[in-house]
Design a protein around this ligand. Structure first.
Ligand code: SF4
Ligand code: SF4
Ligand code: SF4
Length: 327
């Protein structure tokens, strides 16, 4: 099925270039390591053959859109906006909805090639004592080849990322063309298996400190997240300087609390920040709590409905207000 989808993607992209509907297409190409893929930027039909579709097309491609539509430095004269085609799984499309609602991208200039997602794999779920020298995906099974040329066969489902196991929105909520995947994922467990909120406040704080103490302030989580599009992040500002630049726990906590809380009502739970982290910090433990709070307190899920107002910019008299301090 993956190959059929890949062929269909190439056909659609070819048509878009032939009909002069786009200037650039953002999809995936083969990664430099087995079981990886890389974001790929196609500007001419001759390069369409580079496009791939497999179980490791994990990056949230929406991250590139604000950078393309808001180049730095912002020019005073009106710039001609490019026409972008983009491949979008459910989570990428939800990020696109968030970006449209936050006025970061021009909907009319984006052609969304949606794919009903079957879930993406997490390479880290393969035993880390295996050196993967090759891999092939066929009929829902993934065969990896180790350093001794031994073949090990795995079921695709065994490798699914945690966010994909729990995903409730595999179908892109916005698209111009939709490619069906044929093989629907089994219904995901609602709410996930996280036990973070069952812990006492003290235990949550300890867990937060323990996880965050591994952070080296590389900012890969910020760079991978479509919601982190500020031209100048509060962590980089020098006038005023909000936080120190060290990896001392107090500086790191300030950065993490700032970034995580900026995701309230905006995080689409794509897991891009977790995949990007070189220190293996499971940032989803914290962002997923915000996702659940938005759903449980306000019945709001980021990026699902384009017409719905933004969570933090909308007041409803019936909103829960326990968190507001009385004067
Ligand atoms: S989070 Fe959902 S839409 Fe995104 S890759 Fe996973 S299953 Fe697909
Ligand atoms: S915070 Fe992480 S999971 Fe949430 S949208 Fe950003 S990259 Fe995706
Ligand atoms: S990617 Fe990981 S190590 Fe880098 S800043 Fe984010 S949490 Fe810290």
């Amino acid at each position: 099925m993956m190959k059929e989808i890949e062929t269909r993607i190439k056909e659609v992209v070819k048509d878009l270039f032939t009909q002069n509907k786009i200037d650039l297409f953002i999809g995936y190409s083969k990664g430099s390591l087995p079981l990886t893929s890389s974001p790929c930027f196609i500007t001419k039909s001759e390069d369409i053959e580079k496009l791939v579709w497999n179980s490791f097309c994990s990056n949230n491609l929406a991250v590139y859109l604000p950078r393309i539509f808001n180049p730095q430095p912002r020019k005073k004269e009106k710039i001609e906006l490019p026409r972008i085609g983009i491949l979008a799984k459910g989570c990428d499309a939800r990020s696109i909805v968030v970006l449209i609602k936050e006025h970061q991208i021009a909907r009319d200039n984006v052609f969304i090639l949606g794919i009903v997602c079957q879930g993406m794999g997490d390479r880290k779920k393969i035993r880390n004592d295996i050196e993967i020298t090759g891999a092939e995906e066929k009929n829902g099974r993934i065969t990896i080849v180790d350093e001794n040329k031994k073949e090990i066969e795995l079921k695709r489902e065994e490798l699914l990322s945690d966010c994909c196991i729990e995903c409730q929105h595999a179908t892109p909520p916005i698209h111009d063309i939709l490619i069906e995947s044929g093989n629907q994922r089994p219904a995901a467990p609602k709410g996930g298996g996280r036990d973070f909120e069952k812990k006492s406040i003290e235990d949550r704080w300890n867990l937060f400190q323990e996880e965050i103490s591994k952070c080296i302030r590389c900012y890969a989580c910020r760079q991978a997240c479509p919601n982190c599009y500020c031209r100048e992040c509060f962590a980089d500002q020098t006038k005023p300087r909000w936080i120190g630049v060290t990896d001392h726990i107090s500086d790191v906590m300030f950065y993490q609390i700032g970034r995580i809380f900026h995701q309230a009502g905006r995080c689409v739970d794509c897991g891009a920040c977790v995949r990007a982290c070189p220190m293996g910090i499971d940032l989803r433990v914290f962002t997923h709590k915000l996702v659940r709070d938005a759903k449980e307190l306000f019945d709001y899920e980021a990026g699902v409905f384009l017409e719905e107002g933004l969570l933090l910019a909308t007041f409803k008299p019936e909103d829960k207000q326990e968190f507001i301090s009385e004067p």
